[in-house]
Write a protein of this length. Structure first.
Lengths: 137, 160
């Protein structure tokens, strides 16, 4: 789908054994009550940091997000859940990156060209499910 | 009276109309004033949102590796929203971790059209429309809103 050059990210990294991942969101500008917005899936490294959430209870998911993504950012406001299958359908891959946490991974293979990256972000938004965090955390 | 638009509607900013006769110049002046009156509150809101997004991008809570929005990018973003035809619905404005400002429009059925501007005035856009149609591309911002972007936004409300 995207003909531009792709980053050869995380060479030698471990393929993910997990099926469901969360992208934690820390800005109110990156989601609304019912949708994830494209800027939530943009990063200059072209690697989108996510956490595997298979077999985690809801409160554990938010806790892991706070531990990893939120170390210097405060608690997350929302999260976008996306399946490994959906990521592969878009033509991207998921590589485990356990340095910050055993469940940490990166969505890799994002295009170099910004318009193609935006098109990928739109696909991720369309396939992701938004969960807004309760204010009583 | 001769009024020569420099671009085809609907991407014609009022300031781009060239008037030659006295009557045309009077009409042009009235149109400019009307345009400013209509657009002023909208522009103030957009400018405040862009500045707020830029400020947020520079906060200590940004993602590791994220790039703050530069003043140059903010200026281009403000110029870009000023160039939007007033028929276009308000975009949702956000900073991106690569230091760009994003303008996003959402359709009722999950359609999305998104435009980013960087510190060189490069516009990168992508759209996902009803029926699975998709587009993406880049344009250079040159004081007026590129037709591809106007058409992309209108496709959210006018399928096909």
């Amino acid at each position: 789908v995207f003909s531009g050059s792709r980053a050869q990210d995380n060479e030698g990294a471990t393929q993910s054994p997990y099926s469901l991942f969360s992208r934690f969101i820390f800005s109110e500008r990156h989601f609304s009550q019912n949708k994830v917005k494209p800027p939530a899936f943009i990063h200059p490294s072209r690697r989108i940091s996510v956490i595997a959430i298979d077999r985690l209870a809801v409160d554990e998911i938010w806790k892991v997000g706070d531990e990893v993504a939120g170390q210097s950012r405060g608690p997350s406001l929302a999260r976008a859940d996306i399946t490994a299958t959906a990521v592969k359908e878009i033509g991207l891959s998921i590589q485990m990156d356990p340095a910050p946490h055993p469940r940490h991974a990166n969505i890799c293979g994002c295009p170099v060209d910004k318009d193609e990256m935006k098109a990928v972000a739109l696909e991720l938004c369309a396939r992701a499910q938004l969960f807004v965090r309760s204010t009583a955390h | 009276m001769t009024i020569a638009p420099t671009r085809v509607w609907p991407c014609v900013p009022i300031k781009a109309i060239v008037a030659f006769s006295d009557e045309a110049q009077s009409v042009n002046k009235l149109l400019r004033e009307l345009h400013l009156q209509i657009m002023a509150p909208r522009m103030e809101r957009f400018t405040a949102e862009i500045q707020s997004a830029a400020l947020e991008s520079a906060s200590s809570s940004r993602e590791v590796g994220a790039i703050p929005v530069s003043p140059l990018t903010s200026n281009y973003a403000i110029a870009f929203v000023k160039s939007l035809p007033f028929e276009i619905p308000d975009p949702e404005i956000a900073h991106e971790a690569d230091g760009e400002i994003s303008f996003d429009w959402f359709g009722a059925m999950g359609q999305i059209f998104s435009v980013s501007i960087d510190q060189t005035g490069r516009l990168a856009y992508a759209g996902r429309f009803e029926g699975g149609s998709k587009i993406h591309g880049t344009e250079r911002f040159m004081d007026s809103c590129p037709q591809e972007i106007v058409h992309g936004v209108f496709r959210l409300t006018s399928p096909g």
